[in-house]
Design a protein around this ligand. Structure first.
Ligand code: NAD
Length: 267
């Protein structure tokens, strides 16, 4: 039993890809969901409609909220979290999913592009966590924060320096917040997706040849799905994970197992 029924969740960047799948999955578990989106209201409305339908098919009547805002902006994060708290009467679960990436040789990244990736992926996740933790401490209730990190939390990613730094930082933020608030009932964990078929990866998912190259690096031989990521979030959000905190769960088809070493490589 996941026991997520009636819980209140805020998911950032929830109108596409992994965030949208997380919204659907939590809705199917009976969670009320606040769908944060930055700029495409139609995508958010579509996400809301499908989430309501999935919840209904699973036998739940849930409440939803569309929460427009840019997680890189402090005033937006305060508004987003407050609107979810007011709409649902409290917040139990935060999923820090919003993320962007940018590709440049590391010696040539325009500093505003570098800053923007850190501002969304790392600072934005911190701001959302800060607001959620303040709320949970104020109402003296337990809660769960789940960060959507990446295999690049530990695998270096040339040409994507700011992304690598942001996800590496997210790993440490997960551990630090988990330790700091463990004795107040707040669990903080992360999932680290491997290569997953979502809009952020259009450059290779839409091209069979490029997709085959990406999948050749994955020991299980295929990219992951957003639903596979969402299943892990539902688990970590639930009481089934009641004793898990400060962990990053890698969901990557074995990508972090050093696939090149599958065969004996030294005598
Ligand atoms: P995506 O582009 O579909 O999702 C990212 C979402 O974040 C979008 O909905 C976007 O609008 C939103 N967003 C971007 N900037 C924002 C901002 N400033 N404020 C609010 N929302 C904002 O791609 P995705 O693959 O679903 O990515 C979701 C998360 O998963 C990201 O954090 C990404 O780094 C991580 N991830 C993805 C993969 C993958 O292979 N797809 C692998 C590892 C980690």
């Amino acid at each position: 039993m996941k026991n997520l029924t009636g819980k209140n969740a805020l998911i950032t960047g929830a109108s596409s890809g992994i965030g949208q799948a997380i919204a659907f999955r939590l809705a199917e578990e009976g969670c009320n969901i606040a769908i944060n989106y930055r700029s495409k209201p139609q995508e958010a409305e579509q996400t809301e409609a499908i989430a309501l339908q999935r919840a209904s098919e699973a036998g739940y009547t849930i409440r939803t909220l569309l929460a427009q805002g840019d997680v890189a902006k402090e005033e937006d994060v305060i508004r987003i979290t407050n609107s979810a708290i007011e709409a649902f009467g409290g917040l139990d679960i935060l999923v820090n999913n919003a993320g962007i990436q940018t590709e440049y040789p590391s010696h040539e990244i325009p500093i505003d592009r570098f800053d923007q990736v850190i501002a969304v992926n790392l600072r934005g996740a911190y701001l959302c966590a800060r607001e959620t933790i303040q709320h949970l401490l104020a109402i003296q209730k337990p809660g769960v924060i789940i960060n959507v990190s990446s295999v690049h939390e530990i695998i270096p990613r040339p040409m994507y320096l700011s992304y690598s730094i942001s996800k590496g930082g997210m790993g440490n933020m997960t551990k630090t917040l988990a330790l700091e608030y463990a004795n107040r009932g707040i669990r903080v964990n992360a999932i680290a997706p491997g290569a997953t078929v979502t809009p952020i990866n259009e450059a290779w998912t839409a091209d069979p040849e490029k997709k085959a190259i990406v999948e050749s690096y994955i020991p299980m031989g295929r990219a992951g799905t957003s639903d596979e990521m969402a299943a892990a979030v539902a688990f970590l959000a639930s009481d089934e994970a009641a004793y898990i905190t400060g962990q990053t769960l890698f969901i990557d088809g074995g990508l972090t197992l050093y696939g090149d070493f599958r065969e004996a490589w030294s005598a």
